[in-house]
Design a protein around this ligand. Structure first.
Ligand SMILES: *Cc1c(COP(=O)(O)O)cnc(C)c1O
Length: 463
């Protein structure tokens, strides 16, 4: 038996081999992504039982633990990092992102404060500036890296709540909402569920919002907009509907909301990236006039999980909502991540975003958005060509298809998932069940679309 003191040299001695082994296994895993079924096979799922044993007393050697992890868990992963995963809105991880993720894991930095990691703090600041520039948002926009667009929505809406109440003489950060003037909240009929969840988390209620009607693509209709009676108000808009990919008409809605004295928040988890592609930027024209924006890097920018971005036009509003104070914490001399996000301790998410943006550049990001949108259209055209109905205007990277009624569509989705060539999920659009295709990964090629289309058409003709 080893004593704790013996353990340190033993751990140190195994580190080089263990990390080299991990790198080799990771590379083997990645090399196999293209040739394996996208969804794990039943036998692979059964293999997960090997991971589920009573907590050991004495530990096992690191190399055995890693081998078991790889042998039992790797086959039971979903090949969502491969080129033919079209479920939800996922995206893969660019090699530059993965390489930066490995290096930052070795750093093991706490990015909460500059004093804890000057490198992480600088990378955060530069990456946020680049994202702001790329998305065409106002220079000087404040922001922070969070776990995803869900948390980015909650972060931005917390800043929004405090700011609109402060304008009406109420200190929500200090006094909470008990006794506060009521805050009017408006959302579109097609609001993403995570915006409702965020509204619940910040005390404004999931179900209290006034709902604005939307059109056939899920865009808020800019007619007969309500009068808000000059009280505190938040308007939640959307860049990129999670089904159709359509964006709200910001050019009409934001000036109206601002005339009413409302704060405008935009959920742009993936759709905001249309701004980075000159041929699609018109879809989000006017979005820069909003007051806050939530987006993801782990979706369309293809970083690893998890990485969302909360952006707020007025950095002071974000800081007022997120500031933490204690005797041992520095006062606001630098930009401090823990004063701009709900987290204190946090990983150095900005490093990976920095690496992806430095390696792709403005042109590479535009190319990524342009290519995935073009491939989504190729998929849609192939489905339409044989008579299936595509339910949305394919303006971005999302495609909704009806294979001939609810039962047939459900059967085709199940058959596609079993077939394993690609993976698509079910959804419902304007009351009609549909299969949803999202092309969000850097490594999808035209050949992948053609192969997937053939597999889907095969499933549809059999079921
Ligand atoms: C994915 C998505 C979210 C939630 O993002 P997470 O990164 O999963 O938290 C919110 N809004 C929209 C429109 C989305 O597509």
């Amino acid at each position: 038996m080893t004593t704790p003191d013996d353990d340190v040299p033993a751990q140190l001695a195994q580190r080089p081999d263990l990390l080299a082994d991990a790198a080799q296994r990771a590379l083997r895993y990645l090399a196999g992504l293209d040739s394996r079924p996208v969804a794990p096979a039943a036998a692979a799922l059964a293999g997960l039982d090997r991971l589920d044993f009573p907590l050991p007393g004495p530990g096992r050697p690191g190399k055995d633990v890693l081998a078991l992890l790889d042998e039992a868990a790797s086959p039971a992963t979903v090949a969502s990092g491969g080129p033919r995963y079209f479920g939800f809105v996922i995206g893969g991880a660019l090699p530059a992102a993965q390489a930066a993720a490995w290096l930052t894991a070795a750093w093991d930095q706490n990015a909460a404060l500059t004093v804890m990691s000057p490198a992480a703090a600088r990378l955060d600041a530069v990456a946020l500036r680049w994202v702001t520039e790329l998305l065409g948002l106002p220079p000087g926009t404040g922001g922070g890296f969070v776990t995803g667009a869900s948390m980015a929505n909650a972060t931005c809406l917390a800043a929004a709540r405090d700011a609109v109440l402060s304008r009406h003489g109420w200190d929500a950060a200090g006094q909470g909402l008990v006794g506060a003037p009521p805050v009017t909240v408006l959302v579109g009929e097609q609001v993403h569920t995570t915006v409702r969840k965020a509204l619940g988390l910040i005390g404004l209620g999931r179900d209290r919002a006034i709902v604005l009607p939307t059109d056939s693509q899920g865009r808020i209709v800019p007619h007969s907009l309500p009068i808000l009676n000059a009280g505190p108000a938040l308007v939640c808009l959307q860049a990129g509907n999670v089904n159709s990919g359509a964006s709200d008409p910001f050019g009409d809605l934001i000036p109206w909301a601002h005339e009413q004295g409302a704060w405008v928040h935009v959920d742009g988890a993936f759709g905001l990236w249309a701004a980075a592609d000159p041929s699609r930027a018109d879809q989000v024209a006017g979005v820069a006039a909003a007051d806050s924006w939530a987006t993801d890097a782990h979706k369309w920018l293809n970083t690893t999980y998890d990485c969302g971005i909360a952006l707020v036009r007025d950095p002071a509003a974000l800081r007022a909502a997120m500031q933490a104070t204690a005797a041992y914490l520095p006062t606001a001399e630098h930009r401090e991540a823990m004063n701009l996000t709900p987290q204190s301790s946090q990983r150095a998410r900005g490093a990976e975003v920095w690496a992806v943006l430095a390696s792709l550049g403005r042109d590479g990001v535009a190319g990524l958005v342009e290519r995935t949108c073009r491939l989504a259209r190729r998929f849609a055209d192939g489905l339409r060509a044989v008579g299936y109905e595509v339910l949305n205007d394919v303006v971005l990277n999302q495609v909704l298809v009806d294979f001939g009624g609810p039962d047939r569509t459900a059967a085709v989705v199940a058959a596609v998932q079993r077939d394993g060539t690609c993976w698509c999920g079910p959804t419902s659009w304007q009351g009609r069940p549909a299969m949803r295709i999202s092309v969000s990964a850097w490594n999808t090629t035209a050949a992948d679309i053609d192969r997937s289309l053939a597999a889907v058409l095969g499933c549809a003709s059999r079921d």
